[in-house]
Design a protein around this ligand. Structure first.
Ligand SMILES: Cc1cc2nc3c(=O)[nH]c(=O)nc-3n(C[C@H](O)[C@H](O)[C@H](O)COP(=O)(O)OP(=O)(O)OC[C@H]3O[C@@H](n4cnc5c(N)ncnc54)[C@H](O)[C@@H]3O)c2cc1C
Length: 447
């Protein structure tokens, strides 16, 4: 039966060629060159498969490229060297489930945590270096290691290993459709930057590693309408949700599409430079006002606060505070914000003029909140850091359909998948590496 599918794809390839499109035949096609796609491609190649990796952008790395590069794993030598011996994959799994608010699938979570150390050892064996430290961030024990060069170093290191191993990387090549025959995925149709279509036949499997959908407003309308208008701090043009859409077209099940990590108190100018200062300033007595100078919600957290800010004109709120509040948090906390131009300091007229806020309203807000001149204000806009919903997969990284059956030939890893992070994303990169490897290995074996 598989031979029949391959014959049919060959017919498609021949037809496309006849219409001027080119074609390529390989064992495994990987779509996306972030941590998940690069890990899948390298692992598939190391398991004997011919691999072509497609990347729509002119550069490799996607969101991984701008990531902090923190990897979570229990039992890595750096952890043992630091004297931390009580940690284990099971404790790590419990931390992941707690962070994910138990919205994540325990079996998938344990697949990550029990394979995490091996994934860290594997990237090091393939040329990615780690800083000589282990840190803690909301975990029972310190178990985070930083890649040298952060996310950029991770992506570049894996891409180098892929190229040296013989993986072909086609940049500016956007996968637009999965080719399905008798239920199985046998290839991909992609579009080049000049508009030419190319058919890629995958004799063994296709791995989707296209990242998240933080930039896809249509998907927010469908699954989380309260977040429509929210922007993302991911690199522009990357997190478009293509893999989710392509797989949905062939019957894939989607899970947790309403979940993700939202930064409610993002600094509106200079997206991406995350800082905890706005939250601290709000906690210490700052208030949020809108363009009319009206005070709005102060005490809500995370998603509720993001939704409240998104409901304001221009999807923006203004964090308004004075010198007393600033003293409690510390002048230094403003350094990154000041550089980005999102901060104003002066009379309420200065603040109103800078951001186009109603001056009378602002004066009333200052009075109500007990703030005194000179005033400070920061333009605040919530943003999506990561989406954690996506394609349903099993522990072999096989994509599942609505009935829970596998879609033969189709694998997925990384932010394109759902069910692993739940309501959080602090284990995202290790998830990408573990499931990328699993997807690559199984695709290479034609499972
Ligand atoms: C600022 C920031 C810091 C972060 N820091 C950390 C951290 O320290 N630790 C951590 O664990 N997580 C971190 N994260 C989250 C983590 O970086 C991401 O979840 C992870 O990088 C996603 O990797 P990925 O391989 O799934 O997707 P990506 O890295 O986004 O790669 C997907 C690739 O697929 C390509 N693509 C998409 N559609 C197509 C298509 N149709 N055809 C061809 N190519 C396509 C994209 O262009 C992209 O290159 C951070 C996120 C951000 C935004």
């Amino acid at each position: 039966m598989r031979r029949l599918w391959i014959v049919i794809l060959c017919v498609i390839v021949v037809t496309l060629t006849a219409f001027g499109a080119s074609a390529a035949v390989t064992d495994v096609v990987v779509v996306g060159s972030g941590a998940a796609g690069l890990a899948a491609a390298l692992e598939a190649r190391q398991n004997g498969a011919e691999v072509i990796l497609l990347e729509k952008m002119p550069y490799i790395g996607g969101t991984t490229r701008v990531a902090g590069g923190g990897l979570c794993a229990a039992g890595v030598d750096l952890q043992l060297k630091a004297g931390i011996t009580e940690d284990s994959p099971e404790v790590h799994a419990r931390d992941m489930l707690t962070l994910g608010q138990y919205r994540n699938d325990p079996e998938l979570v344990r697949t990550v945590t029990y394979n995490a150390k091996h994934a860290v050892d594997w990237i090091r064996a393939n040329g990615v270096e780690l800083e000589d430290e282990v840190v803690s961030y909301m975990t029972t024990y310190p178990r985070i290691y930083w890649c040298k060069g952060r996310g950029f170093g991770l992506a570049e290191g894996l891409a180098k290993a892929c190229r040296e191993a013989g993986v072909r990387i086609d940049l500016e090549t956007r996968a637009v459709k999965l080719v399905q025959e008798d239920g199985a995925i046998v290839g991909v149709i992609a579009r080049k930057a000049n508009g030419d279509e190319v058919a890629y036949q995958a004799k063994k499997g296709v791995v989707l590693a296209t990242g998240g959908f933080g930039e896809n407003q249509d998907l927010f309308s469908e699954y989380a309408p309260e977040l429509v208008g929210i922007r993302t701090n991911n690199p522009k043009g990357v997190a478009t949700g293509d893999g989710i859409l392509m797989a949905r077209e062939v019957g894939a099940k989607l899970v947790d599409m309403e979940l993700g990590r939202i930064v409610p108190m993002g600094v509106a100018i200079g997206q991406g430079a995350w800082t905890s200062a706005p939250v601290a300033l709000l906690t210490e007595g700052g208030v949020l006002v809108n363009k009319k100078g009206q005070l709005f919600l102060k005490d809500e957290q995370d998603r509720d606060l993001a939704v409240a800010i998104l409901a304001q004109p221009d999807h923006t709120g203004y964090l308004f505070f004075d010198g007393t509040v600033l003293q409690k948090v510390g002048e230094d906390s403003l350094a990154r914000i000041r550089d980005g131009g999102a901060l104003v300091q002066g009379s309420f007229e200065d603040v109103a003029a800078k951001f186009g806020i109603d001056a009378q309203g602002l004066q009333d807000a200052a009075k109500k909140a007990g703030l005194k001149a000179p005033y400070y204000a920061i333009a605040i806009e919530p943003y999506i850091h990561s989406t954690t919903g996506g394609l349903a997969i099993n522990t072999l990284a096989q994509v599942l359909d609505e009935k829970g059956d596998i879609i033969p030939g189709l694998f997925a890893a990384g932010e394109v998948t759902g069910g692993i992070q739940g309501a959080d994303q602090k284990n995202a990169l290790i998830d990408c590496l573990v499931f990328g490897r699993i997807a690559g290995r199984n695709a290479a074996q034609g499972h």
